[in-house]
Ligand binder design. Sequence first.
Ligand SMILES: [Fe+2]
Ligand SMILES: [Fe+2]
Length: 314
Amino acid sequence: MLPYDMFDATRTTAEARRAQKLESIYHRGQELAWNGREVLGALIAKHGGVHVPEGKREALSRIFSILMWGELAAWKISAQLADALVPLEAKMAATSQAFDEARHFYVFHDYLCALGPVPPAPDRHSQAAIALVLGTRSLAEKLLGMQLLLEPMALTIFHIVRHLGVEPVLSELLEYYERDEARHVGLGVQELPELLRAMRPDERARLLLFQLRILTHVLMSLKANDPALRALGVSAREVLDLGTAKQDHAARLLFTELGIEPTLGGEILRRTLGAACAVAFPNGDEGFSTRMKRAVEILRHGLTVASVPLTEVQ
Ligand SMILES: [Fe+2]
Ligand SMILES: [Fe+2]
């Protein structure tokens, strides 16, 4: 059934402003759409092929297996959103995202084929995080999981790999990805306030639990992939710190839209995860007692997070 009454409700000024921003996500997506075959082909020609130092090839393939399959998940999830969201402008934004994610998936696939065999399935925790967002029927959970938790993590790895300069074709390619992914965060920021306001307290509690489950899988995945990350020149801890800062940036954008301060439940979740990370992900060669002290400090006073943009790519 089509929602024939979709234009019946009158909008508040704030709702109308958000709808306008969502509509512009779609139009910006059209203007900035890039031809994946042409861009990848030109970059490979410019750099004379894909060249990775032998010690880093397997690690790169392992990390980008998560990202390539993550792009397929993002494609499916944005198509689910494009189908399920009712307001015209939100539907347009999700549809434009599905178009971007299709390009992201096939370009990563083609790039990774140039690097070696097509990567196998990612580690089980990455699979579990993806399955949670794909499988939920709640639109709020889907938007929060995809747009505000997984997109900032992908932006983090793109940023780091680009700056490490692991492989020149990839470094230039990732600029295109970052520009698109930062736009996708906007769909969550603009569409979630309406959904959050309509939620009952028990639904909000479930949303918090959902967030905790995803973040736990992301942390376990980082731990499992620490050796591959180190082979590329970065530790899981560094990825985690930047990832937390980017997720924090997205969350602040959302809270500004909502016009409220972060909730108590959210703050407890943040402190608990922050403390667990201080213990599980040592900074350099920190000993156990230093890590425990840091964890207690986070539990008592909160987590201090650096202020970073979603992307520095214009
Ligand atoms: Fe993507
Ligand atoms: Fe995306």
